[in-house]
Design a protein around this ligand. Structure first.
Ligand SMILES: Cc1ncc(COP(=O)(O)O)c(C=O)c1O
Length: 449
């Protein structure tokens, strides 16, 4: 690696950062992270901080997960790459598909389609949904419905079902036939309603209303995150996803559960859908699947969707989606090891317990700091929404939240700022002592506002 001066000198000069303005990155260069171990990361100045971000909702087993690292090293030695397009396959991909089928048995998701990440998985799920209906002779079912505030990656299909203007506006026109309903968010919603169950009911009614308005025979799928992540950590009331399931089934609309964040324990259950006892028709996974160590994802396919494809012998049943790195042997090897390690450590239960502690500790800060408008979360997906006026819920300004971030970092924890939200999603192996450290650092950050 080049020396520290070289890194500082060239920081943000020669590559554009995702989800950032290139000019901003040049005027306030990003923190250069140089090392990571366990639940900590270290910057170029040697400052070691607790990783309150989990890499980016993905390093669920921390940065020193030897079984995953070893699986990657070993597979690189055995066979670094060969494609899995029609005609060839590889051992780790076969083994992983078997393991995923077992893992997703409660959801009855029996087939995998491998991708290179979350956006790819969403894209393929949307495509498979349309294809499924065509195979069943319902070629008009091409529309998609999703939630405002949702995040489904940045491919054109994913951006089209995204519910946040920041990821849409510069790239319009997006895919035609995509429609959005309000998300079940008790803190902010168009109904002026704060009861989570009522908000859920209202949003579910609007979903049905939209399906009927569009014509059910024109709607391919509804896609949702079981707990909305990047849009500001919004956990719907427990009744919401089951109601959605019922409405989708009633109208023949496929339900796609976007489990890219919630897929492997992060929300306190092994999958987001399992939190609510729901069986989706398709599910998208990535991130924690390889513990973030290798770009890899999958679409999981329910048995009835599987049957429709596998029983149709026409050319239309062939999967016209695929990436060079679909079923990448190194990614598949990493995933096999990560799956087994996540289950061995039972990270879902730890996420539920530690998440409850974190939410309680942060909620207590509401009494001390007026700028905390809302604290919400589920498992180790947690958010503090900061406001300059609690009654009007005015979002705090960018410079103030920047100060809060800096002070939290000074206090030894890295978190993520998104709009007026502080988002916290540490590795799922954190202990109570780490939760206490995060809460103390956040208090120091709020003090500095
Ligand atoms: C719910 C959800 N879907 C899709 C994506 C896109 O995944 P990727 O960034 O791997 O393309 C993300 C990324 O954060 C996500 O949170």
């Amino acid at each position: 690696m080049r020396d520290k001066n070289f890194l500082i000198e060239n920081n943000a000069r020669h590559f554009w950062h995702p989800m950032a303005h290139p000019a901003d990155m040049q005027s306030s260069p990003p923190i250069i992270v140089t090392k990571a171990d366990g639940v900590h990361v270290e910057d170029v100045d040697g400052r070691r901080v607790l990783d309150g971000v989990g890499g980016l909702w993905c390093v669920n087993l921390g940065h020193s997960c030897e079984p995953v690292k070893k699986a990657i090293r070993d597979q690189l030695d055995i066979m670094p790459f060969f494609n899995a397009f029609r005609g060839t396959t590889n051992a780790p991909a076969i083994e992983l598909s078997y393991a995923l089928r077992e893992f997703f048995a409660p959801e009855e998701l029996t087939r995998s389609f491998f991708t290179s990440g979350g956006s790819d998985s969403v894209e393929v799920a949307l495509r498979l949904a349309r294809q499924y209906h065509k195979l069943r002779g319902e070629a008009d079912r091409v529309k998609f419905i999703s939630l405002k505030k949702a995040y489904h990656g940045t491919h054109f299909g994913g951006a089209s079902v995204n519910g946040n203007v920041n990821f849409r506006r510069a790239y319009e026109p997006l895919l035609p036939g995509c429609f959005h309903i309000p998300c079940p968010w008790p803190y902010r919603n168009p109904f002026n309603e704060s009861d989570p169950a009522k908000v859920a009911q209202l949003c579910a009614s609007l979903l049905e209303d939209e399906i009927v308005f569009q014509g059910p025979d024109t709607v391919a799928a509804f896609i949702m995150e079981p707990v909305l992540g990047a849009g500001g950590v919004i956990p719907p009331h427990d009744s919401f996803m089951p109601m959605v399931r019922e409405i989708c089934t009633k109208h023949g609309v496929l339900l796609i559960s976007d489990e890219v964040i919630t897929g492997f324990g992060r929300a306190g259950a092994w999958t987001g859908a399992r939190l609510y006892g729901v069986k989706p028709d398709l599910a998208t996974i990535a991130k924690g699947l390889t513990n973030g160590y290798f770009p890899f994802g999958a679409v999981m396919i329910s048995d009835h969707v599987r049957e429709t494809f596998e029983n149709n012998k026409s050319a239309l049943g062939s999967i016209g989606s695929g990436y060079t790195y679909s079923a990448h042997p190194v990614g598949a090897a990493a995933a096999i090891a990560a799956l087994s390690e996540m289950q061995r450590l039972n990270v879902a239960d730890n996420a539920a317990a530690r998440g409850a502690e974190l939410i309680a500790a942060l909620t207590a800060l509401k009494d001390r700091f007026d700028i905390v408008g809302d604290v919400r979360g589920r498992g180790l997906m947690v958010c503090l929404e900061l406001v300059s006026d609690r009654v009007k819920k005015t979002p705090i300004s960018k410079p103030v939240i920047g100060k809060v971030f800096d002070a939290i970092y000074e206090a030894g924890v890295i978190v993520r700022v998104s709009g007026n939200n502080i988002i916290i999603s540490p590795p799922l192996i954190v202990g109570p002592e780490h939760i206490a450290q995060i809460a103390e650092a956040v208090a120091a950050g709020l003090q500095a506002a």
